[in-house]
Design a protein around this ligand. Sequence first.
Ligand code: NIG
Ligand code: FE
Length: 391
Amino acid sequence: MSLVIANIGQLVTLDPAEPERPIRSDAALVIEAGRVAWVGAAAEAPAADSRIDAEGAAVIPGFVDSHSHLVFAGDRVDEFEARMAGRPYTAGGIRTTVAATRAASDDELRARLHHLVGQARAQGTTTLEIKSGYGLTVADEVRSLRLAREVTAETTFLGAHVVPAEFTDDRAAYVDLVCGDMLTACAPYARWVDVFIDSGAFAVDDARRILLAGRDAGLGLRVHAGQLAADGGVALAVELGAASVDHCTFLTDSDVEALAESARGGGGTVATLLPLVEFSTKQPYPDARRLLDAGAAVALASDGNPGSNFSTSMPLAIALAVRELGMTPLEALAAATRGGAQALRRADVGHLGVGARGDAVILDAPDFRHLAYRPGVPLVRRVLVGGEAAQ
Ligand code: NIG
Ligand code: FE
């Protein structure tokens, strides 16, 4: 089956094969067998089995949200309200969600997860990474990852989210469990391993052990670092060749240099910024300009979770990146698409070059910059995943 999207006023391909031409006007796009098969001038569009008329609107690659925590029960809206009144965010709230998640049935968790993924899709997210991390027992972490695997291939084992209450007096035993039985049971359902480095969670030395164990189990590496302080996590992520280090709100000059150095030649550690977290915690925003000017690779992701940010809106993340992080609209869009793909080491998504998966978003706008210009307005008109309408 083939599909032509005709009459595209502005087509943002971000095709890595055409770096000097990320945007075309008056274009058309053909998707065949789930992949982009042809890109060119609207007037030269070939016939196809079916046709969508974009009516002059902008078409962009689907968003690649490379960081979320969507397997959980309950919410923490009271904590959010207290933060808005001045209480600082701390990792401690995670335990509240762990208790609710452990108490929930599989069906409750699945229904919530599917609902949240549907909301992300409706806002243009076509590739989504999902972490465990609210189970923190062997059985509850496996359950979280099994459920996440029902909706995405990009699953991440985050047994090292916080030390659960029952291990408060024996942190070392919990790290042993994460590196041992928990990892062994979870690895078949995970592509990645992640650790939350923070004074309320895990130290750099714990993280090194856990990440190396995950690597030995065949998982790729991701790290939460620099959310509340410059904590040494960025240097560790770069040293171990992690695909991504996420948050990066607090960075030293040497962190920035290390990220830039690792980006040289491609394939290094991506700095993934999560501005919805700063929005929802009243923390200072990270400085994307500093990273981009140094030559680091930058991604934008949602970090949708019940604590530090309960939004999966990539359009809002883009608007904040332009308003608060010093990114141009095109840099922000690229970070939310190709940047996310790079953070997941995926070449087949995040762009609309020939051969890419047919993941496209037709906007209710003539120009992609409206994503930042019109924050909060539902500009995602139609979402295609592999050329098919997303449910
Ligand atoms: O990425 N930082 C650690 N984990 C999440 C927050 C989880 C929570 O507060 O429930 C984050 O912000
Ligand atoms: Fe997170």
